[in-house]
Design a protein around this ligand. Structure first.
Ligand SMILES: [Zn+2]
Ligand SMILES: [Zn+2]
Length: 426
């Protein structure tokens, strides 16, 4: 087994140890597939987080008169193919702005299209285990669109980058903002990630293929945004257009994305203050995914910080009532809140506040919520993932990719040390 084939996702590891083992004794016939918590609902009738149902009261939205395909109760990776006109969006992480907890990775979406294309939006800490559990070969998880460089949106880059020798021997492509100055942009970030991996790469380059350990940045020049040019085309291939647009969040350079393909539209605005501008960018979306925040008092409590600090954080984000106003302007078929601290007690208050300004269909994202989208309907379910899933079996490279190793590093260990190694048993 190659040395990097270790369990690298600590959340998955903890779930496996803490939750999977007790269940295994009583879950005959479903070995490996389970949800962390028992089914249940809040007093207001919303499914409890991590209990196997999506947190919404409208899991099926259909166009008038249209037939809705009957899906299995849960999405099980590898057991469903997409129709030619279908989009599937899965949350690999749903938390922020804190980095990671066992039940919630930070921000990350996997978007799969009926034409076979696959895209990742943000790759926060603790999300790559979920990504790898979704049945997509890691060699195809090579297009990442970063909204901004807060670590809850990019903290998972290392395990995604580390495809060395077993999955991807082609570059990882990363789109993102150019930054106010070069060191604040995506090119500097990806270069730093590559350079920080030098010891890792040299240690394996004579044993494993190293071609995958490169990152190609694709910068969106933020200086070119203006009222006359509110969005820029960042990606245009195979019938897929992905536009970037600026949002109001922290420093210059935070962006949202608008993916258009085959009549379907996904808009993803990660962290941002609510604005008429982003509502404009979200118009016509099938699914509009936007951050949503608890109150400053709740945020202070859950993050152990003074209320003044929590209020300072809140300024950069969006309350449920404000998000309702944004959705009221954009009018998506499904409005989604994400980046929320999931807790049983916060669910009902969140929806009560959200409903003061918006009555359309809404969903609160949790990890592994899956949304199937066609022109006729939108269906939301939870993914039933194998906690011990190994990425896309068998892991083989795409055709034509050279997976041969390179030359040894010069950084060899001194002989006086290696000569002390215990002799191997006969
Ligand atoms: Zn964030
Ligand atoms: Zn942020």
């Amino acid at each position: 087994m190659p040395p990097n084939r270790t369990i690298r996702n600590y959340r998955l590891f903890a779930l496996t140890l803490g939750l999977a083992l007790p269940f295994m004794a009583c879950a005959a016939g479903t070995a490996g597939y389970r949800f962390p918590r028992e089914p249940g609902t809040t007093p207001g009738g919303y499914p409890l987080p991590l209990s196997g149902k999506p947190i919404t009261k409208t899991p099926v939205i259909s166009t008038e008169g249209a037939a809705v395909k009957e899906y299995p109760e849960h999405y099980i990776p590898g057991q469903e193919s997409l129709a030619d006109n279908e989009m599937r969006i899965t949350a690999c992480g749903s938390w922020g702005p804190a980095p990671l907890r066992i039940g919630q990775g930070a921000s990350c979406l996997l978007v799969e299209l009926g034409n076979g294309d696959v895209f990742i939006f943000d790759v926060g800490g603790g999300t790559v285990g979920n990504l790898f559990a979704l049945g997509v070969h890691p060699a195809r998880l090579d297009k990442v669109f970063i909204t901004h460089l807060h670590l809850d949106h990019v903290g998972g880059i290392f395990p995604l980058f580390d495809a060395m020798g077993w999955a991807r021997n082609t570059p990882l492509h990363v789109w993102g903002p150019s930054g106010y100055t070069p060191e604040l942009g995506i090119a500097a970030f990806t270069q730093n990630v590559r350079e920080a991996s030098e010891w890792h790469i040299q240690s394996k380059q004579s044993i494993l293929a190293r071609g995958g350990m490169t990152i190609v940045p694709h910068e969106v020049d933020i200086s070119k945004f203006s009222p006359e040019r509110p969005r820029q085309l960042a990606y245009d291939e195979n019938g897929v257009k992905i536009y970037a647009f600026p949002v109001i969040h922290s420093l210059a350079g935070a962006m949202g994305y608008r993916l258009e393909w085959n009549g379907r539209t996904l808009v993803y605005t990660a962290d941002s203050q609510p604005s008429t501008f982003e509502a404009e960018q979200g118009k016509g979306a099938d699914v509009f995914i936007h951050e949503i925040f608890p109150s400053a008092e709740e945020f202070a409590y859950y993050n152990h910080m003074p209320i003044q600090a929590a209020e300072g954080v809140m300024v950069e984000h969006t309350t449920p009532a404000e998000l309702g106003r944004v959705f009221g302007l954009a009018k998506p078929r499904l409005g989604v809140g994400m980046h929320f601290t999931l807790d049983d007690k916060l669910i009902d208050p969140l929806f009560e506040r959200w409903r003061t300004t918006y009555n359309g269909p809404v969903l609160l994202m949790q990890d592994l919520t899956t949304i199937n989208v066609t022109s006729d309907y939108i269906v939301v379910r939870q993914t039933k993932a194998d906690l011990l899933a190994w990425p896309a079996i068998p892991p083989k490279p795409p055709e034509g990719v050279d997976m041969s190793p390179g030359q040894p590093s010069k950084a060899q260990r001194p002989s006086w040390l290696t000569e002390t190694r215990l002799q191997q048993a006969p």
